[in-house]
Design a protein around this ligand. Structure first.
Ligand code: AMP
Length: 463
C-alpha cells in the first residue's frame, strides 16, 4: 500500500515524500482511512510505530477539506493533548513538517517557559493547537484560547497522561469542547482507567492495535547483565568505551541519580547530560539537541522526561536501574528499534532488582537473555536491599491528580494563584538513596525516613 492510495492531497504526499517515507507504517495504513472518514478512533500503538503521522496526516487533510475562509480570527479546530513538553514539541514539529505546503497555522503550548509569547501566537489565530493539559488550562483561565470550535481532539499517549495524574485537567478541558467532534485516543496500554475514559469520550470508535499490549518491539535485542550496584557505573563506562557506542540513552529512576551519573560519566571522559523534570526547558532542549547532533554521547533520563523523545535511529538504550513499574520497561526500550531500525536494550541488574526483573519478564512474557561480563560477576555475598518505590506514586497520582513543576515555587498541596487547581505531590524522586555508593546502605531506619520525606516532596516535573 502506498501513501497515494490513502487519498491524501498532493501537498501532504509531497511533504511525506520530502520526509523520505516510501510506505505507510501499519498504524498509518489502518488509522488514516478511519480518521479520514471522520470516525472516532482508539489506537493502541507503541512509540516508534509512526502513530504521529498516523493521526497528523488525516487531521490536516480533514481540516483542509472543511477549510472555510471566514472573517476574523481563525478558530482553533484541532486540539492535540500530550503528557509532556517534549512530546508536545515533537508532535508540533510533525504538524509543521507534514503541513508545510498547506495554508494551515499551528502552535504549541507547554509549561516551563513564558506564557506571553504563546499568547501572542494564539491571539493571531491558529487552526491546530498542540498542548500539555496544565498549560492549556492556564491559557483557558487567562482567556487566550477558545475551544468552542474544535472539530478534532487527539489525546496522545493517554495512558501516560493518566499515569501523570492529568485526568482532572483533561476532564476540565473536555467540558469546554463541543459535543460534536471527532476524537482520537492513542495509548500504548489499555488499563481499566483508559477504557473508562474512552467509554465516556469516544462514539463508536474504530479499534486499532498495531502491537500487542505490553509486547516489546521485535527489532530490539534485549540483554541483562547482572552486576553489583556499586559497579554499575564502571561497567557502563566500560561497555560504552569498549563497544565504541556513540549515542546511548540511559535510564535512571531518579532525577538526582540521573544528574550524578551524567557527571560521573563526563568525568570518565564520556560526554553526557541529564534530562529530567527539574531541568529548565532550555536545558532540556539543549541536552536533546546536543544528543541528537552527537555533541554528547550519553543522555541520562528519568522515565517521565524520556517519554515522547523521538530520536531517529537510536541504537542503544541502557537501563542503569530497572523501573519500579514494569510497563515503563516497555516504554523505555521502545526508544530504540524505531521505524524499522535495529536496536539494543541492555539492563544492568543488581541483586536488589531481581524481583523487578521477574515482574518485567512476566509482563513481556519472555525471559531476557542474561550475559555475564568478565570481571563484573556479582559478589554472591551481597544481600538484596529493599528498593524505595518512588514511582509507586502512581497510585497517589491517581487519587491525587496532576503534578507539575508549576509548583516549583509552591509547597506541595498549596493552591496556585489564578486557578482553583492544586499542585499535588508525587513521590517520583523518592529513591535518591538508591544510587550506587549510597552511604546509608544498611540503615533501614534512615531509608524509611528518606522514603517518607521524599514521598511528601512535590514532584517538580514541568508541563
Ligand atoms: P512516532 O511513533 O510517531 O513517534 O514515529 C516514530 C518515527 O518513525 C519518527 O521518527 C517518524 O519520523 C518515523 N516515521 C513515521 N512514519 C514513517 C514512515 N511511513 N516511514 C518511515 N518512517 C516513518
Amino acid at each position: 500500500m502506498s501513501f497515494e492510495s490513502l487519498g491524501l492531497r498532493a501537498e501532504l504526499l509531497r511533504a511525506v515524500s520530502e520526509k523520505g517515507y516510501s510506505e505507510p507504517t501499519p498504524i498509518q495504513k489502518q488509522a488514516i482511512p478511519v480518521i479520514m472518514k471522520g470516525q472516532d478512533l482508539m489506537g493502541g500503538a507503541q512509540t516508534g510505530t509512526g502513530k504521529t503521522a498516523g493521526f497528523t496526516l488525516p487531521l490536516l487533510e480533514r481540516l483542509m477539506a472543511s477549510n472555510k475562509p471566514g472573517k476574523g480570527r481563525r478558530p482553533i479546530r484541532a486540539l492535540v493533548l500530550t503528557p509532556t513538553r517534549e512530546l508536545a514539541a515533537q508532535v508540533h514539529d510533525s504538524v509543521q513538517t507534514y503541513g508545510r505546503h498547506l495554508p494551515l497555522k499551528s502552535t504549541v503550548v507547554f509549561g516551563g517557559v513564558s506564557i506571553n509569547p504563546q499568547k501572542m501566537k494564539l491571539i493571531k489565530g491558529v487552526d491546530i493547537l498542540v498542548a500539555t493539559p496544565g498549560r492549556l488550562l492556564d491559557h483557558i483561565s487567562q482567556n487566550s484560547v477558545n475551544l468552542s470550535k474544535i472539530d478534532i481532539l487527539v489525546l496522545d499517549e493517554a495512558d501516560r497522561m493518566l499515569d501523570m495524574g492529568f485526568i482532572h485537567d483533561i476532564r476540565k478541558v473536555l467540558a469546554l469542547l463541543p459535543k460534536e467532534k471527532q476524537t482520537l485516543l492513542f495509548s500504548a496500554t489499555f488499563s481499566s482507567d483508559i477504557k473508562k475514559l474512552a467509554n465516556t469520550l469516544l462514539k463508536k470508535p474504530a479499534l486499532i492495535e498495531v502491537a500487542q499490549q505490553n509486547t516489546t518491539a521485535e527489532r530490539v535485542t534485549q540483554v541483562v547483565h547482572h552486576v553489583d550496584k556499586k559497579r554499575k557505573r564502571e561497567l557502563l563506562s566500560f561497555l560504552i568505551g569498549s563497544n565504541n557506542w556513540e549515542q546511548v540513552l540511559v535510564f535512571n529512576r531518579t532525577k538526582h541519580g540521573a544528574n550524578r551519573l551524567a557527571e560521573q560519566l563526563t568525568n570518565d571522559g564520556i560526554a553526557s547530560a541529564a534530562i529530567h523534570g527539574n531541568k529548565s526547558q532550555g536545558a532540556r532542549t539543549r541536552a536533546l539537541a546536543d544528543f541528537k547532533s552527537g555533541k554528547i554521547r550519553v543522555l541520562v533520563a528519568t522515565d517521565i522526561a524520556a517519554r515522547g523523545l523521538d530520536i531517529n535511529q537510536l541504537p542503544h538504550v541502557v537501563n542503569f536501574e530497572l523501573p519500579n513499574v514494569a510497563e515503563d520497561y516497555v516504554h523505555r526500550i521502545g526508544r530504540t528499534g524505531r521505524a524499522g531500525n535495529e536496536g539494543e536494550a541492555m539492563s544492568l541488574v543488581c541483586v536488589d532488582e531481581l524481583k523487578l526483573l521477574k515482574d518485567i519478564e512476566r509482563l513481556i512474557k519472555q525471559d531476557i537473555p542474561k550475559v555475564e561480563i568478565d570481571g563484573y560477576k556479582p559478589d554472591p555475598s551481597i544481600k538484596a536491599e529493599p528498593i524505595n518505590k518512588g514511582r509507586g506514586g502512581r497510585q497517589q497520582q491517581k487519587s491525587g491528580g496532576r503534578s507539575g513543576n508549576r509548583s516549583n515555587q509552591r509547597p506541595a498541596g498549596k493552591k496556585r494563584a489564578g486557578t482553583k487547581r492544586a499542585s499535588l505531590s508525587n513521590s517520583q524522586s523518592a529513591n535518591n538513596n538508591q544510587r550506587s555508593g549510597n552511604k546509608k546502605r544498611g540503615s533501614s531506619q534512615s531509608t524509611n525516613q528518606n522514603r517518607n520525606k521524599s514521598a511528601n516532596r512535590a514532584q517538580q516535573y514541568a508541563h
